[in-house]
Design a protein around this ligand. Structure first.
Ligand code: PLP
Length: 404
């Protein structure tokens, strides 16, 4: 049975903790994680949660408790992972355009590192030579993903070292006798088509023979989850089958079986999240009925930033007759969650819930317009935990220095 929070549960926590409110269902995260581990029982696969999707420390602890590893995209995420109890061995730092001192810091902590530029590879070689194994983040020159802002593998993307620079990579590796233990690609986000992963693997198979100390291949994240009704999800079982086949047909030339790593973010935490808002005003204009909620893109930026679709429901009137609305926020610029959206009839004070709000929801929120960031609640096995209190006015002034 798929885990889902009921309208009654959501209304109850909204009444208890106020709105706007992020609510996460820990059991859903567990369920998604098991979808992955069950699909990949035949291969030697390790799952690293790409934690930039949602870093509340309780989420990280839950993810650690269910047995996953963690992928970080900044040194502070690495430190959060340590704080949550992950051991360095289970932490991966996939860097992107960072200063070398951060790579050094990650090395000193002892985590796995994927280096994404020739320049940092060279600095790493000069300083550490063969003494510390590292991975190389490659750019496979494949265009994929839900939106150009979240596509990372194409030929104009800043991410990774382009595969066509393989000769430069090899000369740096040789010069410093680097210990390359993995090759990494991450093509983008919301990749439904399993063939994109297969293409990525094929690109890697041409390169693998150049590295004789490889231990694993890191295929990144980007599995798609359904945001709209009827939207598909990456077929994880098919992916597992294709990955098995591909690796069975291409044994590692150095004789060691290659372990496969994945870095899902959205797949683990998108569906676990519910963002509850309340209706401030209803405004009838010539052609449009606006529903103004007590939030905005400062709390959930995906619709405005990525043209993302989030399902919205009026949980205060779930059986009311339906009508079309524009759902808008209270930020002083265009701030639209949904145009022309059918909802059960809305009244001021109703609770509107945005679904699939776990990934890149709270995490990308800000204090724009000097609004408070929302509180966060975790529900695990029926128990409710407040895991972040709502901002207070003091938080707005906290780091400011009144010099005048
Ligand atoms: C963002 C990111 C991911 C996760 O992407 P999702 O679409 O959330 O699965 C994985 N790996 C890297 C390197 C990333 O930057």
């Amino acid at each position: 049975m798929s885990s889902q929070l009921s309208n009654e549960q959501l209304i109850k926590v909204a009444q208890e903790f106020g709105t706007p409110l992020y609510v996460y269902d820990a059991d859903k995260i567990t369920e998604q994680y098991h979808k992955l581990t069950n699909a990949f029982t035949k291969s030697d696969v390790k799952i690293f949660y790409a934690c930039k999707a949602l870093t509340n420390i309780n989420i990280l602890k839950h993810i650690k408790n269910i047995g996953a590893n963690i992928d970080c995209s900044s040194i502070n995420e690495v430190k959060l992972a340590l704080h949550a109890g992950f051991s360095p061995h289970n932490i991966l730092y996939t860097s992107n355009g960072i200063a070398f001192d951060e790579i050094e810091e990650a090395k000193n902590i002892g985590v796995h590192i994927n280096i994404d530029s020739i320049s940092n590879l060279e600095k790493f070689g000069k300083k550490f030579g063969h003494s510390y194994p590292v991975g190389i983040r490659l750019r496979p020159n494949i265009l994929a993903g839900g939106n150009l802002k979240i596509s990372t593998g194409h030929d104009k993307s800043k991410f990774g070292i382009p595969v066509d620079q393989i000769n430069e990579i090899l000369s740096v590796v040789k010069k410093y006798d680097l210990f390359i233990k993995d090759l990494h690609i991450h093509t983008g986000s919301e990749i439904k088509d399993v063939e994109v992963f297969v293409k990525g693997i094929e690109v890697l198979f041409d390169i693998i023979p150049h590295f004789n100390e490889l231990e694993f291949i890191d295929l990144g994240g980007g599995f798609k989850v359904p945001y709209k009704d009827g939207d598909g999800e990456t077929d994880i079982n098919l992916l597992a089958q294709k990955v098995n086949e591909a690796f069975a047909n291409h044994p590692n030339p150095n004789g060691k079986p290659l372990q496969i790593w994945f870095e899902p973010g959205k797949f683990l935490v998108s569906d676990c999240g519910y963002f509850i808002t309340q209706v401030n005003v209803i405004k009838q204009n010539t052609n449009t009925t606006f529903v103004g909620v007590n939030s905005g893109f400062n709390h959930l930026i995906r619709p405005m930033f990525y043209d993302a679709y989030h399902r919205i429901k009026n949980i205060s009137n779930p059986n009311g007759s339906t009508k079309k609305y524009a759902v808008v926020g209270n930020i002083c610029e265009t701030d639209t969650f949904a145009w022309d959206r059918e909802l059960n009839e809305v009244h001021e004070g109703d609770y509107l819930v945005f679904y699939n709000a776990g990934a890149y929801g709270f995490e990308m929120s800000s204090n724009f317009n000097s609004r408070f960031k929302p509180a966060e609640v975790l529900i695990k096995e029926g128990k409710v935990y407040l895991i972040r209190r709502r901002d207070t006015f003091d938080d707005l002034l906290k780091n400011q220095i009144e010099a005048l």
